[in-house]
Design a protein around this ligand. Structure first.
Ligand code: GLU
Length: 553
């Protein structure tokens, strides 16, 4: 036995498995050529951030479009920062947007897939197998330095003005302890971390091809970083190398705050004898503020939390559609050419992602959402609105739910036509959209009557219409009746004629129908008036016309 091997046996007396055993337990995946294995690896330390959802979506698309595997790994090695329900929030958040996983954590102590456990706190045994191997090879060593010693080293480095600070080379006091010194300290029960023995050199640089940012060159890692903390729990860096190797991840897609760690990560993969995965670093989602750009902030921006979208009632399809426009700038052209294609048909390409950070804009999201909702069926609009309203607007839920056929008729107006209306951007706009269909929400507001007519003229139009109104009319018959009203009252049914000779008339047919529209709905702008009258029904229409006539006189 070499001294390294004796040290390894001393540090890991209980580890009997070997790296080869792990290789056999987690064999190379049997996937078709070009299939990518990607993962979303959040820490359960707070709510799911829209940036997290974005990167999960990108990872998912990479796997899905190549026939690969997308997995969810929970990185819960920092128990101090973990929040209650952190894991279920992540699972719920992804589920709410239909980002389904192929493998990984699916619930409390529940997972699916052959490459687990997928929760780092349950993988200690695996990390220790690899750590033991590194010690046996002289590539890792125990470090007994206390926090105070580490700060003292730092202070000395400050004084000496060394360009690189940290635990490395001659500064790494525990790097060259003799086996006897190590044994004595271990046997006396002194706490220790396990450190990488880095063979990196200050004057060497490494380069790698980031699939989003392109070629990146950085100095090699020289730090003897901590692999296992004093409690035997791995650091993010070590867990990343071990997990992504044994989960057979091919593409590591993550936030670009990790770019500066890539030299270390590449070194770790190589030191462990693992193949280095491909990296793609996503720029953070940005927000425009005072003419500048800043990162979307967990603290300042409510829209940073994915729960915001559920509360506002943005359909998941809209949020995903919008995230796709942020992901690939050619998505919108593709959508115009394929208005009805499912999102999964879009040929997503990592290389077309923004290098500088996509700008997140709620107004744009709402516009995108209006398009998405305009292509929904009335049944879906009703079902989704009801589901939303049950949680966030019980009054609306009650009204819509009381007569679903009536509600469906409201959402059917102009739907399914070549030019569907785009009035609704999120479910919290439905209350306003549908208000005049419900007496409980309707306000008899006549302020939108045409300014060019007097109250008396408006009342005159309404009385005349009331006299001829027939709910049995079809749409053409109904409009013919409105045109017929015009001339006897001094309006023209012909808009062109009015424009040619405005002084000859009180107004045109548009004014006449506007007066009726405002009297019945309280609005100047609505979907098709004939449909509205049909849905409201004779009794309500007559009651509202009468009420308006009374209010005007
Ligand atoms: N747990 C890390 C984070 O949430 C994961 C980074 C990664 O995807 O490797 O930032």
């Amino acid at each position: 036995m070499t001294e390294h091997e004796r040290l390894a046996a001393l540090l890991f007396p209980d580890v009997t498995e070997t790296v080869e055993d792990l290789e056999a337990r987690f064999p190379a995946r049997n996937l078709k050529e070009g299939a990518r294995v990607t993962r979303f690896a959040p820490s359960p330390t707070g709510f799911l951030h829209i940036g997290g959802l974005f990167s999960a979506l990108i990872s998912k698309l990479n796997a899905a479009t190549t026939g690969g595997v997308f997995l969810l790994r929970i990185e819960d090695t920092d128990k101090k920062r973990e929040i209650t329900d952190g894991v279920s929030e992540i699972i719920k958040g992804l589920g709410a947007f239909g980002i389904d996983i192929d493998e990984g954590v699916i619930g409390f102590e529940q997972e699916t897939g052959d490459y687990g456990p997928y929760q780092q706190s349950r993988r200690a045994g695996i990390y220790h197998v690899v750590a033991k191997r590194l010690v046996e090879q002289g590539l890792a060593y125990p470090c007994f330095c206390s926090e105070e010693t580490l700060s003292a080293i730092r202070e000395e480095q400050e004084k000496a003005g060394t360009p690189i600070k940290g635990y490395f080379g001659k500064w790494a006091r525990c790097r060259d302890l003799t086996f006897e010194q190590q044994r004595e300290r271990i046997e006396s029960g002194a706490p220790y971390t396990l450190r990488l023995r880095s063979f990196g050199s200050e004057d060497k640089r490494i380069s790698f091809d980031d699939l989003i940012k392109g070629k990146i060159e950085m100095p090699e890692n020289t730090q003897d970083v901590v692999l296992l903390k004093t409690d035997g729990i791995p650091t993010y860096h070590f867990a990343h190398a071990v997990d992504d190797h044994f989960m057979r991840t091919t593409h590591v897609i993550r936030g670009d705050e990790w770019i500066s760690s890539v030299p270390l990560h590449i070194q770790l993969f190589k030191t462990c004898g693992f193949r280095v995965p491909k990296y793609a670093h996503i720029s953070p989602v940005m927000k425009e503020e005072n003419g500048g750009k800043r990162k979307l902030s967990k603290r300042k921006d409510p829209e940073a939390a994915v729960t915001y979208y559920a509360e506002q009632g943005y359909p998941k399809e809209s949020v995903l559609e919008y995230l796709l426009t942020l992901a690939n700038s050619n998505f919108e052209d593709w959508r115009r050419a394929n208005p009805d294609a499912p999102q999964s048909d879009f040929p997503f390409n990592l290389k077309k992602m923004s290098v500088s950070g996509a700008l997140f804009d709620l107004t744009k999201l709402t516009d995108v959402s209006k398009n998405v909702i305009s292509r929904f069926t009335a049944e879906k609009v009703l079902a989704d609105t009801l589901a939303w309203a049950k949680e966030y607007d019980p009054v609306l839920a009650e009204l819509l739910g009381a007569d679903e056929a009536f509600a469906k008729a409201i959402f059917s107006i102009d739907r399914g036509t070549a030019k569907p209306r785009k009035d609704i951007g999120k479910w919290n706009e439905v209350r306003d959209y549908a208000a005049y269909f419900y007496d409980a929400l309707y306000e008899n507001d006549l302020s939108a009557l045409p300014e060019n007519l007097t109250k008396a003229q408006c009342a005159e139009i309404l009385s005349a219409y009331l006299a001829v109104y027939d709910p049995a009319d079809d749409k053409d018959g109904w409009f013919a009746r409105i045109k017929d009203l015009c001339e006897p009252l001094g309006y023209t049914p012909n808009v062109k004629e009015y424009k040619k000779n405005p002084d000859a008339f009180k107004g045109h047919v548009g004014d006449v129908s506007t007066v009726i529209r405002v009297a019945v709905t309280g609005r100047r702008n609505t979907p098709d008036l004939y449909s509205i009258l049909q849905i409201l029904g004779e009794q309500t229409v007559r009651a509202r016309l009468n009420a308006a006539i009374e209010a005007l006189s």
